[in-house]
Design a binder for this molecule. Structure first.
Ligand code: GLU
Length: 254
């Protein structure tokens, strides 16, 4: 793949381990820094609420506490990214959005112009939902779907989700040991989208359903999405070299 605009999405469960930042963040930053030489790279990162909780353990079942945790955690998360990206000579930018930013064509166009300036200057945008001001009516709630919007509205060629879920399986791999990973998916049935959301980490929001919704949104618009492990980055490195052995590629017709 040459000179592509690629969006990466990293979830809380990939970044944090037992309430502490994992060295997986170092590895992801190293990968994105490598790719930024040849491609345009954007990162949609969760982890603000989780990071906030490490400093101030509020009960996150209350919405205003969750908003407060995001406000506490977002700068902490950015600091961790900034320090790591700087080691590779990369500048990062914080971009916080709400679903309402994608509701209006004018706001989306304005945001895209700004993103283009960042990318032309090799600055890596680190995007998250503006959780501290996002109330229900303007809330994505999960970064899987947010990253699909970012990919489509900011004209990216591909979304890569680095997750604790390393592929889509024929059945739930936790309950069925015969479940097999699917390499390519070209159609998502509605009943798959109506399952309950079941994130694997108590600070994560998504699960496989929100990933499928993101994939469906992009497939309907002819944009591919690749779901793979955030633990083993060799699979994404190989995939980008044209060698798809692990992970699921969702690829629909427009
Ligand atoms: N925006 C939330 C955060 O940064 C996470 C949403 C999600 O887990 O998808 O904490």
């Amino acid at each position: 793949m040459k000179n592509k605009r690629i969006v990466f999405k990293v979830g809380t469960a990939t970044l944090y381990e037992n309430g502490k930042l994992s060295d997986r963040m170092d590895k992801i930053v190293e990968l994105l820094s490598e790719l930024n030489k040849e491609h345009e790279v954007m990162l949609v990162s969760s982890g603000a609420v989780g990071a906030g909780y490490t400093r101030c353990p509020l009960d996150k079942s209350r919405l205003e506490n969750k908003q407060a945790l995001a406000a506490i955690g977002q700068p902490l998360l950015m600091k961790e990214y900034k320090e790591r990206f700087h080691k590779y000579g990369n500048v990062v930018a914080q971009v916080l959005v709400t679903a309402a930013d994608f509701d209006s064509r004018k706001r989306t166009a304005n945001a895209k112009k700004m993103i283009n300036v960042l990318l032309e200057n090799k600055v890596i945008p680190i995007i998250n939902e503006n959780d501290s001001v996002s109330v229900e009516e303007i809330l994505f709630g999960d970064n899987d779907q947010l990253s699909a919007y970012v990919t489509y509205y900011f004209d990216a060629d591909l979304l890569i989700i680095l997750s604790d879920i390393d592929a889509l399986y024929t059945d739930n791999p936790k309950t069925n040991k015969d479940a097999k990973p699917l390499k390519i998916v070209t159609k998502i049935e509605d009943d798959m989208l109506n399952q309950e959301c079941n994130p694997n980490d108590k600070f994560a929001t998504g699960g496989i359903v929100t990933k499928l919704k993101a994939a469906k949104f992009l497939m309907d618009r002819g944009i591919p999405m690749y779901l793979t492990s955030g633990w083993d980055l060799d699979s994404v490195r190989e995939f980008l070299k044209g060698n798809h052995t692990k992970g699921t590629l969702f690829k629909g017709e427009k």
